[in-house]
Design a protein around this ligand. Structure first.
Ligand SMILES: Cc1cc2nc3c(=O)[nH]c(=O)nc-3n(C[C@H](O)[C@H](O)[C@H](O)COP(=O)(O)OP(=O)(O)OC[C@H]3O[C@@H](n4cnc5c(N)ncnc54)[C@H](O)[C@@H]3O)c2cc1C
Length: 90
């Protein structure tokens, strides 16, 4: 989980650095959005699994994290649309 999170963070930083430098960043931004949100979904799903029943009930925050991760895969361009942008960019 930590390794995937760190890899996602680096992709986000790379896209942000390109933007800061005034260079094209559409491809890297789509890769970062795709990787980071897919990773969020995987990590939070695994966290619910690790915690068992406690992962599912509202008294623990992880169930909310999982719902929010699903939303992040949709808003501001779904994962499928990010893949389209990436394939065009390549
Ligand atoms: C909580 C939440 C907050 C939101 N906030 C905002 C906001 O602030 N501003 C805003 O503008 N929008 C917002 N949205 C809307 C969001 O951007 C859209 O839900 C998103 O663009 C997907 O559009 P859609 O729901 O019409 O799904 P559709 O476009 O109908 O897509 C349905 C599914 O088909 C897939 N799909 C669509 N086209 C293709 C294709 N060509 N190839 C492959 N797969 C495809 C999609 O990836 C998706 O999984 C929000 C949505 C949610 C759930």
């Amino acid at each position: 989980m930590a390794t995937e999170l760190e890899a996602s963070r680096l992709l986000v930083f790379q896209a942000a650095a390109l933007k800061d430098q005034g260079q094209p960043f559409n491809l890297q931004a789509s890769m970062a959005k795709l990787k980071a949100t897919e990773t969020c979904m995987k990590i939070t799903t695994d966290a619910v699994q690790v915690l068992g029943g406690y992962g599912y009930i509202e008294e623990f925050k992880v169930e909310r994290y999982m719902r929010e991760a699903k939303m992040l895969q949709l808003v501001e361009g779904t994962s499928q649309i990010q893949r389209l942008i990436i394939s065009r960019g390549l």
